[in-house]
Design a protein around this ligand. Structure first.
Ligand SMILES: [Fe+2]
Length: 222
C-alpha cells in the first residue's frame, strides 16, 4: 500500500469514529514529530503494539479484504513486565470489506457492534488439527446461548455483540454500511495466535510517497 493511501484511510477513520461518538486516547492523534520526542515512559505503547494498525492481509486489495484497527490496551504474552490479562481494540470495516476466516487458539473475544451498519459474521467449529467442521455452532450473544448452522450469516446490529471462544473460525463483513466494531478480549498475540483458513499476510508493504499522518503500531521509533 502507498503511504498516501494509508494516510487517507486514517483520516477517514478518525472522522468516522468521531461521528459515531467513540473517543480515542491522545496517542491516537500523535504526529511523527511528537513520537520522536516521546520517552521510555511510553514503552507500553511501543512494546505492546498499541495504536493504529492497517492490514490488507498482504493481498493488495484493501477495499475487498482488509481492516483498520486501533488497539487501545493489551497485555504481552512474551513479557512479565505488563500485567494486563485483557485487551481492547476497535475495528473498522468498510461496506463489503471482509476480514478473512480465522480462529484463535488462546484468545477469547467479544466482538461488539459499536455503531454504523450491521455486522455479518459466519462461524465454524474446528477440530484438533484446526480444520473447519460442518457441525452447528453454539455461541453466546449478549447473555443468550444460540446455535447456528456453520457458515450461516449471523447479523449483529448496533449495540449488540457476540462471544467467540478459542477454536471457532470466524469471518466478518460489514453488511449495509461501514461499521465500528469493538473487541474486548483476553491478551492479544497477533504474532502467534491468528490461524487463517487461507494463508494471509499481516502488515502491509508500504511504499513511502508522503510523510506518515500517524505511525502504525509496528513503526514507532525507539
Ligand atoms: Fe478474531
Amino acid at each position: 500500500m502507498k503511504r498516501s493511501e494509508i494516510n487517507k484511510i486514517l483520516a477517514e477513520t478518525k472522522l468516522f469514529v468521531k461521528n459515531i461518538g467513540f473517543k480515542l486516547p491522545d496517542f491516537a492523534y500523535w504526529s511523527v514529530g511528537e513520537w520522536e520526542k516521546a520517552g521510555s515512559d511510553f514503552d507500553e505503547i511501543r512494546e505492546n503494539m498499541l495504536g493504529w494498525d492497517i492490514t490488507d492481509y498482504g493481498q493488495g486489495k484493501f477495499k475487498e479484504i482488509g481492516l483498520v484497527l486501533f488497539t487501545l490496551r493489551n497485555g504481552n504474552v512474551s513479557s512479565d513486565k505488563y500485567k494486563k490479562s485483557y485487551a481492547e481494540k476497535i475495528l473498522i470495516l468498510e461496506e463489503g470489506q471482509i476480514c478473512p476466516t480465522h480462529f484463535h487458539k488462546n484468545k477469547m473475544e467479544d466482538i461488539i457492534n459499536r455503531g454504523g451498519g450491521n455486522l455479518q459474521i459466519k462461524l465454524w467449529n474446528s477440530n484438533d488439527e484446526g480444520k473447519p467442521l460442518t457441525t452447528p455452532v453454539t455461541f453466546s450473544s449478549d447473555g443468550q446461548i444460540k446455535t447456528a448452522d456453520c457458515g450461516t450469516p449471523i447479523i449483529i446490529t448496533p449495540g449488540n455483540s457476540i462471544t467467540l471462544i478459542p477454536g471457532i473460525y470466524h469471518e466478518f463483513s460489514a453488511l449495509n454500511s461501514k461499521v465500528l466494531l469493538g473487541e474486548v478480549s483476553s491478551v492479544n498475540d497477533d504474532n502467534h495466535d491468528n490461524f487463517f483458513l487461507e494463508k494471509q499476510g499481516r502488515f502491509p508493504q508500504i511504499e513511502e510517497d508522503e510523510v506518515p499522518l500517524h505511525y502504525l503500531c509496528n513503526e514507532y521509533p525507539r
